[in-house]
Design a protein around this ligand. Structure first.
Ligand SMILES: Cc1ncc(COP(=O)(O)O)c(C=O)c1O
Length: 393
């Protein structure tokens, strides 16, 4: 190991990426791979958004912006949060960041001190663990269960609260389960957070992608909650804009203003051209976005009965574009399941253990491929499951 490697501070923790690397290595030697594990929409960014970016380049929008973002973008975000979710934020209560990802790091650095415990909805997007560790805090997973379609149970949160608990991270709809926490549970979480004086981080990046009349309730709309909540949202998923890197945090103005210098230290500002693209995304025609969401709904409507037919159970995903599937009946551990499925059929998925799940029964499947490819993946999986169920019996 090099001198510099040995000098790394303990706050720099490592997410074990060895299984992903192994899978990608196997896939690179195959020609028939269908990636059903991705978290990146298969659609291209809608044309009017791309055109706005090109226009920004042609009009010499090549310079720094204010650290918290273009004023017109912050105003548009505030208006959108009001219209979509009934949230009351003004432009000076928004900070635009490089994806929600940068907001997560910023928020943890700002609020978490050494030894603070952060409760996180689990299974989970494990960036939260990395960011909490970076700030010197301790991530504490709050499990959710298939019997509840992976919706949060307030009792599971409450029994993990200690005198060191500082924050609760709510992720609804969730990655990797697609679970939408119902409004009555959100209300109970608000009551709990108030009673225990907790900060709430509400990651709502999938909030526009909701199915079957499920209801998304933004916790900061509830009485007394805005002052203790940071609402996170962004453009990556809804607008198929992952590579543009635009997200934001919304919180009371004095907090956002106080973070400006730290936000500046991280990256000065979010890419100016991408901010112009984001402005077009939020203020322009919404039909292309609705069309993408309709397509996800159609894929989901095909996929869930197909899983039923294979005899696989799952938590019904009320939102996002993932389904969290129980493959314990095949008798294989999930890393083993994923590796064999890839080698034998070319279908690539990842185990729930990569999302911090301690129950090794689950895999995350996304529906971010065109329907004919999803159908092809399902056909291949059917044969695989049947063969291995027979072998296990
Ligand atoms: C729950 C959740 N939050 C945040 C992110 C990060 O998104 P962004 O591209 O906005 O940084 C992701 C990406 O997969 C996610 O699933």
């Amino acid at each position: 190991m090099s001198f510099l490697h040995d000098s790394i501070a303990p706050r720099i923790t490592e997410d074990d990426g060895s299984f992903r690397t192994k899978m990608l290595g196997i896939a690179s030697g195959m020609t028939n791979v269908i990636a059903m594990g991705r978290g990146d929409p298969d659609f291209h960014t809608p044309a009017h958004i791309v055109a706005a970016a090109k226009k920004a380049i042609d009009e010499n929008q090549h310079h720094y912006t204010a650290p918290n973002g273009l004023p017109q973008l912050r105003s548009a975000i505030a208006a959108d949060l009001k219209k979509q979710y009934g949230l009351d934020y003004t432009a000076d209560e928004i900070a635009v960041t490089a994806g929600v990802q940068e907001s997560i790091t910023l928020v943890m650095l700002a609020l978490i001190q050494a030894g603070d415990e952060v409760l996180i909805t689990s299974p989970r997007f494990t960036t939260y663990d990395m960011a909490v560790n970076l700030a010197g805090g301790i991530p504490v997973p709050v499990p959710t269960f298939q019997k509840d379609n992976f919706a949060l149970d307030v009792a599971e949160i409450e029994k993990r609260i200690t005198p060191r608990t500082r924050m609760f991270v709510l992720m609804s709809p969730n990655n990797p389960t697609g679970a939408v926490t119902p409004p009555d549970v959100i209300r109970k979480i608000a009551e709990l957070a108030t009673r225990h004086d907790l900060i709430v981080v509400s990651d709502e990046i999938y909030a526009k992608i909701i199915y079957d009349g499920n209801e998304h309730l933004s916790i900061a709309t509830l009485p007394g909650m805005k002052e203790r909540t940071i609402t996170l949202n962004g453009f990556s998923k809804t607008y198929a804009m992952t590579g543009w890197r635009v997200g934001y945090l919304a919180a009371p103005a004095d907090f956002v203003t106080r973070l400006t210098d730290t936000r500046h230290t991280l990256s000065i500002n979010t890419c100016t051209i991408s901010q112009h693209a984001a402005l077009a995304a939020i203020t322009g025609p919404q039909e292309p976005i609705e069309a993408m969401i309709d397509e996800y709904a159609a894929r989901r409507a095909y996929l869930l009965p197909a899983l039923d037919e294979m005899g696989l159970s799952y938590g019904n995903p009320g939102g996002a574009f993932y389904v969290y599937i129980n493959v314990a009946g095949t008798g294989m551990s999930t890393p083993d399941f994923c590796e064999r499925l890839l080698r034998e059929t070319g279908v690539m998925l990842f185990p729930g253990t990569m999302f911090g799940d301690h129950d090794p029964s689950y895999i995350r499947m996304s529906f971010l491929q065109p329907l004919p490819l999803i159908k092809e993946a399902v056909e291949r999986m059917k044969g695989f499951i049947a063969r291995h169920k027979e072998a296990a019996a």
